[in-house]
Design a protein around this ligand. Structure first.
Ligand SMILES: NC(=O)c1ccc[n+]([C@@H]2O[C@H](COP(=O)([O-])OP(=O)(O)OC[C@H]3O[C@@H](n4cnc5c(N)ncnc54)[C@H](O)[C@@H]3O)[C@@H](O)[C@H]2O)c1
Length: 316
């Protein structure tokens, strides 16, 4: 297939694109490459360095399926540049959907976020419960889901609400909870937790990539719609305790809460459709800790979204 991946230069994309190429797909990546270009050249890979706001019909020519990952990818980055977040996420997606329709692209996979749920007391937050988005990031994701849904009949869509991801990637993100906590433990023997009692769903980035591959293979079998995806839910403090259990010399420091979102995601719908996450959190933490200790994963400034966006004035 000819697969278009927007944001293919990011944390998820740099793991996903090589796997798509390995499965003999032709891939077009559309990305501003804000954080650098970690995608190796390949005969079946075309990279278009472009903002999705400036896309033209020919950029999507011959595409069969779009995986739409481009955007401001967390709350803090969106808080720094709310106007740009609304433009890229909502307007950018509308432009992409219009061009997908014009090019008769048949399938559209959108990376929304489980953060659209905001604060939920329910133990099992499934797709039919109401969303309580708090930040511009959460709000723009929810509005964009509606934009994608408004193209019903023009292409088949899958809207995915991923949990907070963790794990290693060529373009690493060190602003994700389990990644940063594990790095702090490996580098300083001390982790700082803000609040800690808030519940968060989690998912390994490899499982995220596998879900996109699963959707491509099963695109005609699986029903169009919204799907949560998490491999588990836990309090942030329990994530810190899990690291301490493995690396006993780690100290945990607790500071005042700075992000009140709290929710537990239920993934039964996608599990019933046949997808099963494989990664184990405990094993992944041990592996990541080792990579940080041995400098296999480096502590680089472009791996921190807000720092990098501010430094390069991308929010101006
Ligand atoms: N990583 C997570 O924990 C997580 C969780 C839930 C949802 N998501 C969603 O998954 C998607 C991918 O996340 P990620 O962690 O890989 O993020 P990332 O920030 O690492 O990657 C985003 C990529 O999009 C590109 N980009 C940003 N704005 C663009 C624009 N206007 N035009 C073209 N390219 C643009 C950036 O250069 C970057 O390469 C995002 O939409 C994010 O909101 C991620």
């Amino acid at each position: 297939m000819n697969i278009i991946v927007t944001g293919g230069g990011g944390y998820v994309g740099t793991l996903l694109v090589p796997k798509l190429l390995k499965q003999n797909h032709k891939v077009i990546v559309i990305d501003t490459f804000w954080f650098g270009d970690y995608l190796k050249p390949h005969k079946n890979l075309k990279k278009i360095k472009k903002n999705i706001l400036n896309l033209k019909k020919k950029d999507l020519k011959n595409g069969d399926l779009i995986i739409h990952l481009a955007g401001m990818a967390n709350d803090t980055a969106s808080n720094l540049a709310p106007k740009l977040t609304w433009e890229i996420t909502c307007l950018g997606t509308k432009i992409l959907c219009d061009l997908a329709k014009e090019n008769k692209i048949k399938y559209f996979i959108y990376a929304s976020s489980s953060s659209v749920y905001g604060i939920k007391k329910e133990k099992k937050v499934h797709e039919n419960l109401s969303c309580e988005p708090i930040s511009d990031y959460n709000k723009t994701k929810l509005v964009t889901e509606k934009i994608v849904q408004s193209y019903n009949g023009d292409f088949k869509y899958f809207i995915i609400r991923p949990s907070t991801l963790y794990g290693e990637s060529p373009k690493m993100r060190l602003d994700l909870t389990m990644n940063i906590l594990t790095m702090q433990a490996a580098k300083k023997n001390k982790i700082t937790v803000f609040g800690g009692k808030q519940y968060r769903p989690f998912l390994h980035v490899n499982d995220m990539v596998d879900l996109y591959l699963f959707l491509i293979i099963n695109k005609n079998k699986i029903k169009q719609g919204i799907y949560n995806i998490a491999s588990g839910n836990m309090k942030v403090i329990d994530g810190a305790k899990l690291i301490k259990k493995n690396f006993k010399n780690t100290k945990i420091e607790i500071k005042n809460i700075n992000d009140i979102r709290s929710y537990r995601v239920d993934s039964s719908k996608i599990l019933k459709a046949g997808f099963k996450p494989k990664e184990n959190l405990d094993n992944a933490i041990k592996k990541m800790y080792k990579s940080f200790k041995n400098n296999v994963v480096k502590d680089k400034p472009n791996f921190y979204s807000i720092y990098w966006i501010k430094k390069n004035k991308l929010n101006k």
